[in-house]
Design a protein. Structure first.
Length: 481
């Protein structure tokens, strides 16, 4: 029974007892005795009720003392507390509620800031708990693995990863060992190399309450090293191929000289043949060295691009004597068909000359004897933004009727030292360095140009280069003329 109801019952019973006692003794005692008994009964009732009320108040004060004031709430701690125990309890609960709400807001803000910091890191990061479930994953990691937002605390690392190498690294880190390895991952259908680090994480005793046990997690980071690995591979391949391209003609020259000095020392016909072999290999060495120097300058940006007025018609005329001997020997004809407006080009004339010379050189190597190598040039109208000086693009084509390039090899012809087929070298009797088209591609990139190939085996090849916004418009006559 509640205390208030019990008090009311005691009062009613006490006054009832006093009234009955008064009635029972009134016929025999004086009225004064009745008057004394009734107040006495009331006093007894009042004393009993006061004692119960004091006990209830003491219990309320004890309960109030159990509700700690938050240390941060200094403003309310400084204010004097009410004497009413109910008011004390109400005030302390209100202050505690405010402190809890503020603490929750701070924790939410800290969590949001942590996620923002992680998402700002351009390296994919995945953090897991001691159970192996994902605690946090930043945006680059979701993009890397093409994932939506996993349910944090519910999704296991095994559900995200299919790479056994990554899972093995995670398991080692979960056991307390920091480890790192280069892993090949499939990303968007393509294989790429990543440097994966797995670091164990343990909460510091100083950062957690005594009642909470330390927990261990793992942080995985994925650093894209594919381009670096490719560069190292290309550098290794380049050194090996360059050594081979230089060693082969040098070995041929050495053999020819030894033969001339030995068995063929008295054979005039063999001497002449060997001198021709030496000359051919020296030319090949010179071509390879020049191509290596050109490619090195283009890749190292040793010579900055200088866009100046260029007369493409005069530039092509200067190439005619360069190929005069090979055209005479193979009965070839080089024919130029250029738009006169190409005399007003603005580009790097050195790079344009390098591109056209290499393309024409390839055409004269692989064209059938007695055919014509055609070089065409046209102007490509282009849209110009408001306020820009009117300037059009240019397109050059180098067309030969020759052995052509097999379709399966066409994607690789711009790789350094790539040779399509040894049989192609027998067409023109000259073997290239394998660097010409790589030089062309690098030179065009420097002047924002592009190259495309169209080729049919045993029919011929067309190389098309396009350079945007490089032709000055003709001066417009004034309206008053």
């Amino acid at each position: 029974m509640p205390g208030a109801d019990r008090t009311r019952l005691v009062i009613i019973l006490a006054w009832g007892a006093a009234f009955i006692a008064g009635l029972s003794i009134s016929p025999f005692a004086p009225a004064v005795l009745v008057a004394l008994l009734i107040p006495a009964a009331g006093a007894l009732v009042w004393l009993a009720h006061s004692a119960e009320e004091r006990s209830a108040i003491e219990k309320l004060r004890e309960l109030s003392s159990l509700i700690e004031d938050p240390d941060e709430d200094e403003q309310h701690q400084a204010a004097p507390e009410s004497e009413d125990p109910f008011a004390q309890i109400r005030d302390r609960i209100a202050r505690r509620n405010r402190w809890i709400a503020d603490a929750i807001d701070r924790e939410v803000e800290s969590g949001a800031m942590l996620r923002a910091y992680l998402n700002a890191i351009d390296t994919p990061v995945i953090a897991t708990r001691e159970s192996g479930r994902v605690a946090m994953m930043n945006r680059p990691a979701r993009r890397l693995f093409d994932l939506g937002a996993p349910e944090e605390g519910r999704t296991g690392i095994q559900e995200l990863m299919t790479s056994q190498e990554v899972l093995a690294l995670h398991a080692r880190a979960a056991g307390g060992e920091a480890c790192q390895s280069r892993v090949r991952l499939s990303v968007s259908g393509q294989a790429r190399f990543y440097e994966v680090s797995a670091i164990p994480v343990r909460l510091s005793i100083a950062d957690i309450p005594a009642r909470v046990s330390p927990r261990t997690g793992v942080v995985l980071t994925f650093r894209d090293v594919h381009d670096l690995a490719q560069t190292l591979r290309l550098r290794t391949d380049f050194a090996a191929n360059a050594s081979h391209e230089l060693r082969t003609p040098i070995a041929s020259i050495k053999t020819a000289i030894e033969t001339m000095q030995g068995p063929a020392s008295d054979d005039a016909e063999m001497q002449a043949k060997l001198r021709g072999m030496i000359e051919g290999n020296i030319n090949r060495l010179e071509e390879t060295v020049n191509d290596l120097l050109d490619l090195s300058r283009l890749e190292s940006d040793e010579q900055p691009v200088e866009r100046t007025p260029v007369d493409a018609l005069a530039l092509c005329d200067s190439l005619t004597p360069v190929f005069e001997s090979v055209c005479e020997r193979r009965h070839l004809l080089i024919e130029f068909d250029l738009d006169p407006r190409l005399s007003r080009m603005v580009t790097d004339g050195r790079l344009l000359l390098l591109v056209l010379r290499n393309l024409i050189d390839n055409a004269t190597k692989f064209a059938f004897e007695g055919t014509t190598v055609r070089v065409t040039g046209e102007v490509l109208p282009s849209a110009n933004g408001a306020g820009d000086a009117p300037r059009d693009g240019a397109r050059f084509r180098v067309i030969d009727l020759g052995i052509g390039i097999p379709l399966k090899h066409q994607p690789r012809i711009f790789e350094r030292f790539f040779q399509v087929d040894e049989s192609r070298a027998r067409i023109g009797g000259r073997r290239g360095s394998g660097l010409g088209l790589s030089i062309v591609r690098h030179a065009l990139r420097s002047i924002d140009g592009e190259i495309a190939v169209e080729s049919v085996w045993q029919e011929g090849t067309t190389m098309t280069i396009t350079i945007p916004r490089c032709v000055e418009a003709a001066a417009q006559p004034s309206s008053g003329a």
